[in-house]
Design a binder for this molecule. Structure first.
Ligand code: B12
Length: 224
């Protein structure tokens, strides 16, 4: 692992996060700004496979006011900004507007590919991974090319993810998220304390988020 990347990864380990990968950005990327206010030339993706970050987040949350809005984003920002100041980067979150193309960056950085339900699948973590932020740099940094990964969905014949949603929100046409949201927010929605399509995937089961973590994300997604 190049030095700067391993320095970032070491700093993140203490919070249950890790470097997911990095990409060089060109003018064609119309990249968000780096610390000097010019389009960034490199981005390091930060996230997790599994839910190791959760106890760190919960510990931090217990020190905050109970009614803090978007607590996971607030925690992520505090972690990312601290690491950014160590290495001269600018922190950016997946929910920051305008939305940065985190999935496209991950496709390039980690060679991940989309699952039939749209989420990127990882050969080890399955669908149980996500991004908590990115570190943007003004300069090109040393990046090691990611290894070619197997795409688990290519050999998955039954595709259980496509048949698990109670309201058939997933199809070749994409994710009918309004239908999903209406159901999750409605009287029968208590069955969906986590996305049933995501839970139907046989890859990375040992990294599946615990029920309480899934409930938190589902509530945040549904605005409950
Ligand atoms: C808005 C949003 C949503 C909206 C989607 C609305 C819609 N119109 O579809 C809602 C609220 C419904 C949603 C739901 C969820 N989301 Co969401 N969402 C986002 C967010 C914040 C912005 C997406 C966006 O517009 N990006 C901007 C465009 C320019 O970026 P992009 O990389 O090009 O993204 C697009 C492409 O990747 C494209 N795409 C899809 N497949 C492919 C394939 C190829 C080859 C290419 C090139 C592109 C491509 O689709 C993306 C969206 O348009 C992203 C974070 C982010 N900044 O990207 C998370 C994100 C995509 N969501 C994520 C997650 C986990 C979820 C949920 C599971 C929520 C939950 N409960 O945890 C659900 C389930 C979604 C599902 N099954 O697909 C993760 C996905 C991680 C992963 N493994 O891929 C992200 C990256 C956030 C994160 N913190 O990691 N989400």
């Amino acid at each position: 692992m190049p030095n700067l990347i391993s320095q970032i990864d070491d700093a993140l380990t203490a919070c249950g996060l890790m470097v997911r990968g990095a990409v060089a950005l060109s003018s064609e990327d119309h990249a968000p700004n780096g610390p000097l206010g010019m389009p960034a030339r490199s981005v390091v993706l930060v996230g997790h496979g599994g839910a190791d970050y959760w106890p760190h987040f919960e510990r931090w949350r217990s020190t905050q006011t109970q009614d803090l809005a978007n607590p996971l984003d607030a925690w992520s920002r505090s972690v990312l900004e601290e690491v950014a100041s160590l290495v001269g980067a600018r922190a950016l979150l997946p929910n920051d507007r305008p939305y940065a193309p985190f999935q496209q960056w991950a496709i390039r950085a980690e060679r991940l590919r989309p699952s039939p339900i749209g989420l990127l699948i990882h050969p080890v973590y399955g669908l149980w991974h996500a991004f908590r932020g990115a570190l943007l740099f003004d300069a090109e940094i040393e990046i090691q090319q990611a290894e070619q990964l197997n795409h688990p969905c290519a050999v998955c014949v039954e595709k259980p993810c496509m048949n698990a949603c109670p309201v058939d929100a997933f199809s070749a046409a994409g994710f009918a998220y309004e239908r999903c949201l209406a159901y999750v927010r409605g009287p029968e929605g208590q069955h969906c304390t986590g996305c049933q399509a995501r839970n139907a995937c046989p890859i990375g089961i040992e990294y599946r988020y615990p029920a309480s973590v899934q409930t938190f994300h589902q509530a945040a997604f549904a605005g409950l």
